[in-house]
Ligand binder design. Structure first.
Ligand SMILES: [Zn+2]
Ligand SMILES: [Zn+2]
Length: 270
């Protein structure tokens, strides 16, 4: 418990920088299936998203913390009505934050207004660890943080569980997006419960049939349970969205304004 407290007390930005340095270096020195040029420019464009997010989060996160603490003080949500051991409650809370994220993510592929924000993440044609940062800040702040508050209101999850959720989420995020080869056996073992890189790579396919699958971030069981789990051979993978091809459309500035532009989806044939 002490160890967990100490881990969660570390500034998340340090953990994120540490994970980026680790995975980015490994991608540079180890064998990967999807080699691409100009990794530094790709990193630079993606880091700009994180800088905007961290800046906006100074205000936004205060709102989230105050809202969730208020809900907890008033003992709102399902978990306040059930007597459970601390660790069970903590695990359940992390799983509940994750399942809400699954449904919001799934809705973001169905609802055109949400897709305008979410397609920024899918626009990356050359995926590596820095793709973790490629999210429109408004999506993470307005949509996903609202989801966290709703989770706390419905289920009574608290800030400690949310901190643990984000700690776990960022480790999985880097693991899922990294451009490294992993042994196939992990898909058949850990991949029965958790999201593996090959699962999330399917989600980044150009072809919508595959893009609309594997929505989970930590527990792949949500996709298996709700019928959105798909697999495909790694050799056939092609990342990104056709409508975002080209240097200008991969730039930070274009992507930041892209939710406000009418961009038609270009479907890829099977
Ligand atoms: Zn998606
Ligand atoms: Zn992704």
């Amino acid at each position: 418990m002490d160890l967990l407290n100490q881990l969660l007390a570390i500034d998340p930005n340090y953990i994120i920088i540490g994970l980026l340095v680790l995975f980015f270096t490994l991608e540079q020195i180890m064998e990967s299936s999807f080699k691409f040029k100009n990794r530094v420019n790709h990193l630079f464009q993606n880091i700009l998203f994180q800088i905007v997010l961290v800046t906006l989060n100074i205000i936004c996160f205060t709102v989230v913390v105050l809202s969730i603490e208020w809900l907890n003080e008033h003992e709102m949500g399902l978990l306040y009505f059930i007597e459970l051991p601390f660790w069970v409650k903590l695990f359940l809370s992390v799983a509940l934050y994750d399942i809400t994220t699954y449904w919001i993510h799934r809705a973001s592929h169905k609802i055109p207004l949400l897709w305008r924000l979410h397609r920024v993440h899918h626009s990356d044609t050359t995926m590596d660890s820095s793709t973790v940062f490629r999210f429109h800040p408004l999506e993470l702040i307005l949509i996903y943080q609202t989801g966290n508050i709703i989770t706390a209101a419905l289920f009574g999850t608290d800030m400690f569980a949310l901190a643990l959720y984000y700690f776990t989420l960022y480790i999985f995020f880097f693991f899922e997006h990294t451009n490294l080869n992993f042994p196939k056996w992990i898909d058949k073992t850990l991949g029965l419960i958790f999201v593996m890189p090959n699962h999330h790579r399917v989600h980044h396919q150009q072809e919508q049939f595959y893009t609309d699958s594997n929505f989970a971030d930590i527990f792949i069981v949500w996709d298996r349970l709700f019928g959105t789990f798909k697999e495909m051979p790694v050799e056939k993978m092609k990342y990104g969205l056709k409508e975002f091809k080209g240097k200008e459309k991969q730039s930070f500035l274009y992507l930041m304004k892209s939710p406000f532009l009418n961009i038609k989806r270009i479907e890829t044939e099977k």
